[in-house]
Design a protein around this ligand. Sequence first.
Ligand code: HEC
Ligand code: HEC
Length: 424
Amino acid sequence: MKPQRLAGATLGLALASALSLLTGFTWADAWSAEDKAVLASLSLDRLPPAPRDPSNAVDADPAAAALGKRLFADTRFSRNQAVSCATCHAADRQFQDGLPVGKGVGSGSRRTMPIAGAAHGPWFFWDGRKDSLWSQALGPLEDAVEHGSNRTRIATLLMANYRSEYEALFGAMPDLAGLPADAGPNGTVAERGAWQSMPAHRRHEVNRVFANLGKAIAAYERTLHLGESRFDRYARAVVAGDSAGQAVLSAAEVRGLRLFIGPGQCATCHSGPLFTDQHFHNTGVPPRDAARPDSGRAAATARVEHDEFNCLGAYSDAPKSACQELRFMVSGDAASLGAFKTPGLRNVAQRAPYMHAGQFANLDEVIAHYVASPAAALGHSELAHEGSGSVHRQAIRLSAAQARDLAAFLHTLSGPIAETTRSD
Ligand code: HEC
Ligand code: HEC
């Protein structure tokens, strides 16, 4: 080393220690310009308004949101009169239920997902088998283990209880007189038979009412926004060079954040202000039922393609050219076998258990999974493991102390959920 470089380094060190004595700041705390850009990209300040849904004309209509909010909590739309969307998506529990798998009229096989922020993504459910929030909302109503109801019953209930609100938004209700009380294409054998015996134009009318109910619920869901977390305050302080503001995170939490965006490789999938890339990945999470592993995204693309309530269907308000996601959807990709939607991580510490079927009881188990990186039961895990030879990823190696720091960091992502009437 040349003497003047040595002198420069010594001077730098002397300055650094003087600075750290004065402010408690050490060079080890400094973020590189590249890291700062990553922190900024994860912060809520960078979240654009959710895109408008071209397939839902009342997407941003406050009257639709007000109607949707009431429908969301109405138990009359369920077979046993006891289940509403809010049963599983409870406002005081991050709009989920804290159970490993959802429980409605019966028990499901996947975990209830939180709803705030959902309007930002193009695909819904763990496997993305729906392409809009409104068509998503129609699924549980007819699902045997969720609301367990059927289409004509739902349309008739809507007419009896919400007719004026409905007509103000969507125009005149069709004449539902003389329809079978219980009929629908996804119901019991008798309900399916009754549905098939209805003339096509009357089925179409009921479908339209059913779709509009979903559109009102979607307008409500869109008003649920994620609020600022301690991480956001920290990121803002880092970007602004405000060292006092950075005290909002502890040293352990900051170490965890470094692991999250660095060697833990978490931010490669949990990216952007919602901590999700909105894509589907196989991460080798063991199936809840080993005898019937869940094929995830692989089975969903055909379903969304053939869904009568998709963006290209008769009940969509979108011109076909606006349905880019669906038209250019990747299907038949081997990587989709056993792949699930990357969940956003905001408020994650408050909603154990984790994964698509609640396989892990706490965040320590989640992190241990990433370190163990087991082979997938179906398809191939994208995570690298020792000797996997992956060129894109390295094995996630974390000491016990680092795993604790990473978990501590995940706790900094909690913030309030606000219902707003703003139209984004
Ligand atoms: C029995 C419990 C239960 C009921 C009732 C229920 N859900 Fe869900 N919800 C779930 C489960 C479980 C999932 C994930 C299912 C899957 O991926 O197959 C889910 C997923 C969702 C999602 C997807 C979120 C995302 O990010 O992809 C939304 C939105 C949603 N539900 C809204 C609703 C609405 C609206 C209703 C009422 C019409 C409703 N849910 C009724 C359990 C329930
Ligand atoms: C290859 C993409 C990928 C990487 C890398 C990744 N994740 Fe995930 N993460 C996912 C997917 C996909 C799921 C859902 C998997 C499932 O349910 O089967 C998930 C689920 C989770 C969950 C559960 C959230 C919930 O609501 O159930 C947490 C917590 C989590 N990841 C944290 C991390 C951390 C911490 C790291 C880094 C050590 C990480 N992830 C790395 C894709 C990834």
